[in-house]
Write a protein that binds this ligand. Structure first.
Ligand SMILES: C[S@@+](CC[C@H](N)C(=O)[O-])C[C@H]1O[C@@H](n2cnc3c(N)ncnc32)[C@H](O)[C@@H]1O
Length: 300
């Protein structure tokens, strides 16, 4: 991930943060408003394709109706917001995210798609003042793992739902269960210094990898009827190994990692990564396994 930031200042030359960001979330917000957010926008179509097999699990679990009022937490560039808006044609969808570049992209796409029932607000979902009980459904595709204070965040999300309202989200299981990470990381580990993995539970993509933690978290923040099921799906990485190498080594975190390596180590990294990915090339491109939790619950 990118570098940290002080509150109110993006970490790497990105968009300044609004005052609303909780102090503990400033580092993550800086990342998503800086290089990482811009990279996600650049790679939006690939990101959607990577999630292609995962998203239907979330949509099916969310049970959205034509008149549903939907909240999309950490909506990013609006992929899921737009998708559910097509179902909630007589309802509404509000996407909330801390990232200005990603929300700019989301707004542009909603306008192009002609979906006036979708709107977006920039805010920290941990502290954003949602209208109380205003939503029937809260969804998130990998947008709820970045909170410094998950209890406060899920209490805030619960408050936004009316009693009985539906929560449905996808979050990652552990790194070791996700071949889309272990295959590339295993290939390049002999040549570069991989970044340290975050401590278990620390804000980041894998903070909710522990299903017991999710259960306790939701139980203590106003949810019941909690279900947590494993979703194992292939993830499309790109059309061919060269394309995927360029994508993976172009990530802001990879660029920082490679900047520390010698020219020889960089060359070996590229070769090793390309060879590892080539083993997973199929007729439709390079595909690796992914492992997520699909979580559903109702507000008490
Ligand atoms: C992995 S991306 C997923 C984006 C989007 N849900 C998707 O599936 O394309 C995580 C998103 O969570 C957002 N995010 C991180 N912390 C947040 C917070 N405290 N409040 C709202 N959004 C947050 C990031 O800006 C980013 O857009």
């Amino acid at each position: 991930m990118g570098q940290g930031s002080e509150q109110g200042v993006a970490g790497d030359g990105g968009t300044p943060l609004p005052d609303e960001i909780a102090a503990g979330n400033a580092e993550q917000a800086g990342t998503w408003n800086g290089d990482d957010g811009r990279f996600w926008v650049q790679q939006r179509e690939r990101q959607e394709a990577r999630y292609l097999r995962l998203t239907p699990h979330l949509i099916a679990a969310a049970g959205i109706q034509a008149d549903s009022r939907v909240l999309d937490i950490g909506c990013g560039s609006g992929g899921t917001s737009l998708e559910v808006a097509r179902t909630a044609a007589e309802g509404s969808v509000l996407g909330v995210d801390v990232s200005a570049p990603m929300l700019d992209e989301a707004r542009k796409r909603a306008a192009e798609a002609g979906l006036p029932q979708v709107s977006f607000e920039r805010g920290d979902a941990q502290v954003h003042r949602f209208e109380e009980g205003a939503f029937d459904v809260a969804i998130s595709r990998f947008g709820v793992m970045f909170f410094a204070d998950p209890e406060a965040a899920f209490e805030n999300i619960a408050r936004a739902l009316h009693p009985g309202g539906q929560l449905a989200f996808l979050c990652w299981r552990s790194v070791r269960d996700n071949a889309y990470l272990t295959v590339p990381m295993g290939a390049i580990a002999p040549y570069v210094q991989l970044p340290e993995l975050a401590a278990p539970g620390a804000p980041g993509p894998f903070s909710l990898a522990d299903a017991d933690r999710i259960k306790k978290l939701l139980d203590s923040t106003g949810f019941d009827e909690i279900t947590i099921s494993a979703v194992d799906e292939p993830m499309w990485m790109g059309p061919d190994p060269d394309d995927v190498v360029a994508y993976q080594l172009g990530m802001p975190g990879s660029r920082a990692m490679l900047a520390e390596a010698s020219a020889e180590a960089r060359a070996k990294t590229v070769t090793a990564l390309r060879e590892a990915l080539a083993e997973h090339q199929g007729p439709d491109g390079v595909t690796l396994g992914s492992a997520a939790w699909l979580v559903t619950a109702h507000r008490r």
